[in-house]
Design a protein. Structure first.
Length: 149
């Protein structure tokens, strides 16, 4: 059983149920069970502070994932749920990027959520070959869930 917390820390109205369903779909496609993580929707000011404090980058960003397994903070213990970490998404950035990339806000927010969860699951895009794998996986998941460009 997965425990997925989806929290909206903004005044924006967002379909949290649909986001949670998307996160469950990603876990199903990745064949992952019994995990705990949070998806937290914030504004630019909040994500700017997080980005500065944890990455040393003095600007807002779209999504930040804190993968606890990466740092061995929460090691896997047999029979216990995997505690993956937290994903923060700026709704303001998602709106900006939806306009920039000329697709819907739902598409952009879904892309950022999938991207963040794949990071929690160990995907990365630091190397070109890893980026190809991760981005192809994102598109396959979004298309499978019915979220097209």
């Amino acid at each position: 059983m997965n425990e997925i917390g989806v929290f909206n820390k903004t005044e924006e109205i967002v379909d949290l149920k649909a986001l949670k369903e998307l996160m469950e779909y990603v876990l199903e496609k990745e064949q992952v069970e019994t995990v705990i993580f949070n998806l937290i929707l914030v504004d630019n000011q909040t994500i700017h502070k997080i980005n500065l404090e944890y990455r040393g980058i003095d600007r807002p960003t779209d999504v930040i994932s804190f993968a606890l397994e990466d740092d061995k903070v929460c090691p896997n213990i047999e029979g216990m749920p995997r505690i993956l970490g937290d994903i923060y998404i700026s709704l303001e950035k998602a709106k900006e990027q939806a306009e920039l990339y000329e697709h819907s806000f739902k598409r952009e927010l879904s892309f950022l959520a999938v991207h963040g969860l794949l990071h929690l699951l160990g995907y990365d895009h630091m190397k070109k070959e890893d980026e190809k794998v991760m981005f192809e996986r994102q598109e396959l998941i979004l298309d499978g869930f019915g979220i097209k460009r």
